[in-house]
Design a protein around this ligand. Structure first.
Ligand code: ING
Length: 309
């Protein structure tokens, strides 16, 4: 059996005024909890080092760039990498990436147990909008501050398993999971920052958001016979609530662990990678069952084209 003791390390709110150093100290405390639980792999949220800054409208690029990391690890995150390395724990976590040539991405990385970065993913599906929208109860300006990811949906061999990463809104798009599934993915990690209410639909509240979150993760896991580890940044950030609901889903789509709070919280599960095999060799044996000659619209067409009336 290829078992990976996996810890989802949920972060509670990060206020605009919180320093990276303060957040890294919280992350290290969670790492210590994971070590005590014999974890060898930990997953942190999307944009784990700062508040969810795309809720704020900024016009000066210097105001935007303050939320980005121009090196990884950098001065503030080196202690985190050192701690994970000393504990022989692999990790994935999300941050805002500013590349040397000035590009801005919503990024996550994957490390091995030596602390080396073995994989990088840049968020492909950016929700929200790019200009200030006075119709909305609050802003969601990811299309303003980030470029769409340019690395595709890669899968890496790590800890003797096939691992892939998504980020937040990606989990709502089945194509994203399927591209990973077509590479034999056995564990998908994804961090998320999901507002508890819809800025455009007043009657959609936290329970609806949690329902769609669970549905998206469970279907992605089941339909690709893979583990899914989804980890929230949760709680109220400067008056703006984010859902919790960090969870670990098995390759049959069953939630095997879920957080109960909107604070810093760990859930842990022994994930057997060989539990993916049955689904991948029977109901979701892609080679035997898929009929790609009928799927052309999925990559040839972007928007829906209903039949002419
Ligand atoms: N957040 C949200 C998410 O996809 C969202 C945005 C929420 C879009 C609910 C649609 C519906 O979970 C991020 N950061 O993508």
């Amino acid at each position: 059996m290829r078992e990976i003791v996996t810890a989802a390390l949920q972060l509670g709110p990060i206020q605009k005024s919180d320093s990276r150093e303060n957040v890294v100290a919280r992350m290290i405390k969670l790492l210590e909890q994971a070590k005590a639980a014999d974890a060898t792999f930990v997953v942190f949220p999307e944009l784990a080092l700062t508040t969810f800054f795309p809720r704020w409208f900024m016009e000066e690029q210097s105001d935007v760039d303050q939320w980005f990391e121009s090196s990884m690890p950098g001065p503030a995150t080196e202690p985190l990498f050192a701690c994970a390395r000393d504990m022989r724990m692999a990790m994935s976590f999300g941050y805002a990436e500013l590349t040397p040539d000035g590009q801005h991405f919503n990024t996550s990385i994957l490390t091995d147990t030596s602390g080396a970065i073995v994989g990088k993913y840049r968020k492909v599906h950016l929700p929200g909008h790019s200009e200030y929208d006075c119709e909305r109860a609050f802003q969601h300006l990811e299309k303003r501050y980030f470029l769409p990811g340019d690395l595709g949906f890669p899968v890496w061999r790590n800890l003797n398993a096939n691992m892939g990463m998504l980020i937040c809104n990606d989990r709502r798009w089945p194509e994203a999971y399927r591209v990973l599934g077509l590479q034999g993915v056995e564990m998908v990690t994804l961090g998320f920052n999901t507002p508890s209410v819809n800025s455009q639909m007043s009657n959609e509240g936290p329970q609806d958001r949690l329902f769609h979150h669970r549905l998206s993760c469970q279907s992605g896991a089941y339909q690709n016979a893979t583990w899914v580890v989804a980890v929230a940044k949760a709680g109220v950030e400067d008056g703006h609530p984010l859902i919790g609901g960090s969870l670990i889903v098995d390759p049959n789509g069953k939630i095997v662990a879920e957080t109960a709070t909107e604070d810093d919280e760990m859930i842990v599960h022994v994930c057997d990678m060989d539990a993916c095999t049955f689904g991948k060799t029977t109901i979701f044996d892609f080679k035997r069952h898929r009929r790609i000659e009928h799927y052309g619209r999925i990559t040839e067409q972007t928007g829906a084209e209903p039949p002419a009336v």
